[in-house]
Ligand binder design. Structure first.
Ligand code: UDX
Length: 439
């Protein structure tokens, strides 16, 4: 089987690489020539554990190829995945211009029956627009080739994307023909040998499933953040509350960790896009609006705690910031709480010394030049008044506190992810502030 994946971003690259891993012939396409040349040299545009290895191996054995030429690559392919970006437009709705451009190109260059699958997260109704765009391109060249569209949302977590792709909890596929269903069934069969389900459904339901999944997860987090803030006020400990509710299987113990708000390329964007879809259909998604509001405010909660500790004046103070990526095991800083926190500190006249295990390159072009980027975590604490834990990378869990203590001017910790034990920190001589924990 031969397939084409258009878009070598996060989703496209992981999809292409993992499909080639099970023996499928894959060509990954991108309009960005430099990106393609880099991939051919083994230079990846993103950091994702395990990805480099899979790309290198399958590129060497010829199953995985990279090209800028869709017209040439599409010949003999059975499936085309559209995995290009859907950036949020100014009003929060997903911008479909790149997706539809690809659909148009596919219609212009296809030579035989194809299943065209939307893999990017796209609003309900997009597959229908893709279908229309292909039909339009075929009409323009007076061709009457058969094709099907399908929707196959991804549920990859950054940092665990390879594992998620190779051993998915479930695969969701929206189809409207038996032919497309059978092609995609064959394609995904190697990934469900563990007995996990492939759910075939109608296309709008598949499109909605992705948004509903992300919106539900974002809701769990914002709900817990709200509870944590109230815990702070009434003197309860959200860690205990979390355990207490999480052991009820109906609630579950995952995704109920409070912190400094969710970030990344999915939750903030998808929650906003779903609210917009509601509005476009005269329906107000009231819960999701609150989820989004709570999250925006949550990114500032640690700033309020810092300001309270310093009576509103942090001018001239130095803060060590540990973790810049929106979560561990990724270099992605999109919508990361670190951006909001660092910006507020700089605005208030403070100095920032920051470190992240993998996103220092990202940091260089995303952060203000005033931020001092250090070569390791310990160095970031040199001369600092306080340490702010922003991303819970494993290497921050058991650091050398003695060294840190002697490095720091004053001994205060703001723990944005509740990874330290407040009592232990106090015993070591640090003032400690968590989220939703008495301090
Ligand atoms: C998410 C979905 O999990 C994935 O299925 C979808 O395909 C894309 O969006 P991702 O954005 O990679 O994946 O990250 P995820 O691990 O889900 O974390 C999202 C955010 O939630 C992070 O900012 C994380 O710090 C935050 N989070 C997560 C919490 O604040 N508390 C939690 O309990 C869990």
């Amino acid at each position: 089987m031969k397939i084409v994946v258009v878009g070598t971003g996060y989703v496209g690259l992981v999809t292409g690489a993992c499909l080639s891993e099970v023996g499928i012939e894959v060509i990954c396409i991108d309009v960005n020539k430099t990106k393609i040349e880099n991939l051919q040299k083994g230079i990846l545009p993103i950091y994702e554990p395990g990805l480099e290895d899979i790309v290198e191996r399958n590129y060497k054995n010829g199953r995985l190829q990279f090209s800028t030429d869709l017209a040439e690559s599409i010949v003999g392919a059975e499936v085309v995945f559209i995995a290009v970006g859907t950036p949020p437009g100014e009003d929060g709705s997903a911008d479909l211009q790149y997706v539809l451009q690809v659909a148009d190109n596919v219609g212009t260059h296809m030579t035989d029956y194809l299943v065209v699958v939307t893999k990017s997260t796209v609003p309900v109704g997009t597959a229908a627009k893709v279908k229309e765009a292909i039909a339009g391109a075929l009409r323009n060249r007076s061709a009457s080739l058969e094709y099907d569209v399908a929707s196959n949302p991804e549920f990859l977590k950054e940092g665990a994307a390879i594992e998620d792709f190779l051993k998915p909890d479930r695969i969701v596929i929206g189809v409207e023909s038996e032919r497309a269903k059978s092609t995609l069934h064959q394609l995904y069969d190697p990934f469900v040998l563990n007995g996990h389900p492939i759910y075939f459904m109608d296309i709008p339901s598949a499109e909605m499933t992705k948004y509903a999944a992300n919106a539900m997860l974002a809701t769990k987090i914002s709900f817990m953040n709200d509870i944590a803030n109230l815990c702070d006020i009434v003197g309860a400990n959200v860690n205990e509350v979390r355990k207490g509710i999480g052991s009820d299987a109906r609630i579950g113990n995952k995704f109920i960790y409070p912190g400094i708000g969710y970030g990344g390329s999915c939750f903030p964007k998808d929650v906003k896009a779903l609210i917009k879809t509601g509005e476009q259909n005269s329906y107000e998604l009231r819960i999701l609006k609150a989820v989004d509001d709570v999250n925006n405010d949550q990114k500032k909660v640690i700033i309020s705690k810092i300001m309270k500790h310093y009576n509103g004046d942090v001018a001239g103070k130095t803060f060590a910031v540990w973790g810049l990526a929106f979560k561990p095991k990724t270099d992605d800083m999109r919508e990361a709480p670190s951006l909001v926190i660092i910006d507020a500190l700089l605005q208030a006249g403070a100095n920032v010394q920051a470190y992240d295990p993998v996103s220092m390159n990202e940091a260089e072009h995303m952060l203000d030049a005033k931020v001092v980027l250090t070569k390791d975590a310990i160095n970031a604490t040199k001369g600092a008044d306080a340490l702010i834990l922003v991303t819970e990378w494993p290497e921050f869990r058991l650091p050398n506190w003695e060294k840190i203590k002697s490095n720091m001017k004053d001994h205060v910790i703001f723990d944005g992810r509740n990874i330290y034990n407040g009592d232990e920190m106090k015993a070591k001589g640090f003032a400690y502030h968590g989220i939703g924990i008495k301090s």
